[in-house]
Design a protein around this ligand. Structure first.
Ligand code: NDP
Length: 246
């Protein structure tokens, strides 16, 4: 296989860490961004203790100048980015009639505008080199909607619109663009949900449990592989059977 340079945004989080590790296990050189240096260094050291060597680049994906800085720093440390995983995301849940403009914009900026901010400084290089993999980490709630998540569901559904347009524009340049839509995975984001609500969620999952971060990472690795060259513009739902729509 060809070793590639991969950038996973939000790589220090639950799903992001699993994606970084899986891509490294596939032989790729992997970088992620960080905002808090202390936490990032601690994360990097913990990964190193497990045999993983990840590059770090400071920056906030919700800001276009900062995101460009992440791309350039990764390029400086590892070389041009060939695999981009737009994974960084947040929730600011509340019903729409109580939602502030700040809650709306924070979620749209971090989950959706980040895809523009991060992909824009990287796509030209991929087109010039005639190879690239771009994967958006969306959500089941972008497919089916979710009470209390109008902001998050709008951003996550928007990511797939971004995917299918970019896929069309870049197919002839050897670049595939796909979405992975995880169901509920047992990371901090989901463990922050009250236990009785979590129990109700699990009851709706045919497989009968939350997902594992490694199960999402496996799908990203699959889409990033050389052999996945004919898979583009797809939305891979990984949710234990929780939602079987598009
Ligand atoms: P975590 O909260 O564990 O991790 C989120 C990561 O994103 C962190 O590394 C965080 O960094 C980073 N991040 C957040 N905001 C920014 C920003 N503005 N700039 C740069 N980095 C940022 O979340 P998960 O691992 O659970 O989720 C990862 C992705 O998967 C998200 O997009 C999420 O929406 C999606 N998802 C998760 C599901 C789940 O069940 N967990 C289900 C479906 C989708 P920092 O430490 O600096 O905050």
């Amino acid at each position: 296989m060809t070793a590639r340079v991969a950038l996973v945004t939000g790589g220090t989080g639950g799903i992001g860490t699993a994606i970084c590790r899986y891509l490294a296990q596939q032989g790729h050189k992997v970088a992620t961004n960080y905002r808090d240096e202390g936490r990032a260094k601690a994360w990097q050291a913990a990964q190193k203790a497990d045999g993983f060597d990840f590059a770090l680049a400071h920056g906030d994906v919700s800001d276009s100048a900062s995101a460009e800085g992440i791309a350039r720093e990764v390029e400086r440390q590892l070389g041009p980015v060939e695999i981009l995983v737009n994974n960084a995301g947040i929730t600011r849940d509340t019903t729409f009639h109580k939602m502030s403009a700040e809650q709306w914009h924070d979620v749209i900026n971090t989950n959706l505008n980040s895809c523009f901010n991060m992909t824009r400084p990287i796509i030209d290089g991929m087109r010039n080199r005639k190879w690239g993999r771009v994967v958006q980490i969306s959500s089941i709630n972008g497919q089916k909607g979710q009470y209390g998540q109008a902001n998050y569901a709008a951003a996550k559904a928007g990511m797939h619109g971004f995917t299918i347009s970019l896929a069309q524009e870049n197919a002839k340049f050897g670049i595939t663009v796909n979405t992975v839509s995880p169901g509920y995975v047992g990371t901090d984001m989901v463990m922050a949900v009250p236990e009785e609500v979590r129990a109700k969620i699990v009851a709706q999952i045919p497989v009968g449990r939350l997902g594992e971060p490694a199960e999402i990472a496996y799908a990203v690795g699959f889409l990033a592989a050389e052999q996945a060259a004919w898979i583009t513009g797809t939305n891979l739902a990984i949710n234990g059977g929780h939602y079987m729509g598009w």
